[in-house]
Design a binder for this molecule. Structure first.
Ligand SMILES: Cc1cc2nc3c(=O)[nH]c(=O)nc-3n(C[C@H](O)[C@H](O)[C@H](O)COP(=O)(O)OP(=O)(O)OC[C@H]3O[C@@H](n4cnc5c(N)ncnc54)[C@H](O)[C@@H]3O)c2cc1C
Length: 304
């Protein structure tokens, strides 16, 4: 039978690494599993993170991994966790390939996947001039001609919001669900044009700068950046298979103080709990979960 570790962390993005550092500092035995696909891997620069403005996301995570090296009780494994089940008072964690680990507590920091619009040419632009989050990337495109991609009133809502960053916003619905009459009136009042033609492709430079949006009817509309609102979903179904309750948006419901889910002993932090979806918040939630887990382990040992 494998030795039992204190905490199994699944996910080595900002949330998981933040938790691992605090648990390492608390001398907890931790195994952190990660497949190396953080949500912002298409991005060139992290914005809005205190003290790290413009740092490459890969560099941020690489630095955290180096910082973790001094905590000898923390082990990093490049492995996909395929199943987690209850085992006595703890959990059994199974990886692809069959290796299993036992842990007293589980922390899921498995993140989300974005539904990037299926548009020709988007791949080389995504994360450079095509984005989903105005708080992350709006400032870099302030006062530029902006496109918003989205259907129905959700797309219209994002178009209205983008006026905070630029006076020149066009909403592209790509011939999908139409905007309600009420929203159409609000867009008109704010001088936001609605383009409901089908999009043929996004045209840009080789280094990822959007130049124009080519419509199926041949017309090209010049835009410098695009923001989209097509949604995101859980990267992993581990929280679902463990029975963790989710909210209407698919976020795992957690205690706001401890980050513990509805399943005792299973904690969820970072984007997977769908609070504010930012690196700073993921780091904060990872830290909160680490402190709560350490406290729970202290109580279990009669020390808390
Ligand atoms: C293009 C883009 C740009 C962004 N820019 C910014 C920005 O400028 N500023 C900002 O604050 N936020 C930004 N964000 C949001 C930011 O990426 C997220 O808030 C942050 O990555 C969340 O961290 P996390 O640790 O919760 O999840 P993630 O970073 O997604 O990490 C989850 C990790 O879990 C691993 N994993 C998942 N399932 C398993 C499994 N079963 N077994 C093993 N490993 C697993 C994945 O491989 C991944 O490494 C951006 C997002 C995108 C998409």
């Amino acid at each position: 039978m494998a030795e039992i570790c204190d905490v199994a962390i699944v996910g080595g993005g900002a949330a998981g690494l933040s938790a691992a550092i605090l648990l390492g500092r608390s001398r907890r035995h931790v195994v952190l599993f990660d497949t190396g696909t953080p949500r912002n891997q298409a991005s060139r620069a992290v914005h809005g993170l205190l003290g790290h403005e413009g740092l490459a996301p890969s560099e941020l995570l690489a630095t955290a991994r180096i910082e973790l090296e001094r905590y000898e009780t923390v082990t990093l494994r490049s492995d996909l966790v395929t199943a987690i089940t209850r085992s006595g008072s703890g959990f059994s964690v199974t990886c692809e390939g069959g290796s299993t680990f036992r842990a007293r507590k589980v922390l899921l920091t498995t993140g989300l996947i974005d539904d990037v619009p299926k548009l020709e040419g988007i791949e080389q632009l995504y994360g450079r001039s095509v984005h989903h989050c105005p708080y992350c990337d709006g400032f870099e495109h302030r006062d530029q001609p902006l496109a918003v991609y989205g259907s129905g009133d959700k797309g219209a809502g994002l178009a209205l919001m983008m006026k905070q960053w630029s006076p020149d916003v066009v909403l592209f619905t790509d011939a999908q669900a139409t905007v309600s009459a009420e929203m159409a009136e609000r867009l008109k009042q704010k001088s936001i044009e609605i383009c409901s033609e089908r999009i043929a492709s996004l045209e840009g430079t080789e280094d990822g700068v959007l130049k124009s949006i080519r419509l199926k009817n041949g017309r090209a509309i010049e835009r410098s950046a695009m923001f989209f609102s097509t949604g995101s979903r859980q990267r992993s179904n581990l929280s679902e298979s463990l029975g963790c309750a989710r909210d209407d948006d698919g976020g795992v419901i957690t205690d706001p103080v401890t980050e513990e889910s509805s399943v005792p002993g299973v904690y969820v932090a970072g984007d997977a709990s769908r609070d504010v979806l930012l690196v700073a918040v993921a780091i904060g939630e990872g830290a909160k979960a680490a402190v709560a887990i350490n406290r729970a382990l202290l109580r279990g040992a009669g020390l808390g």
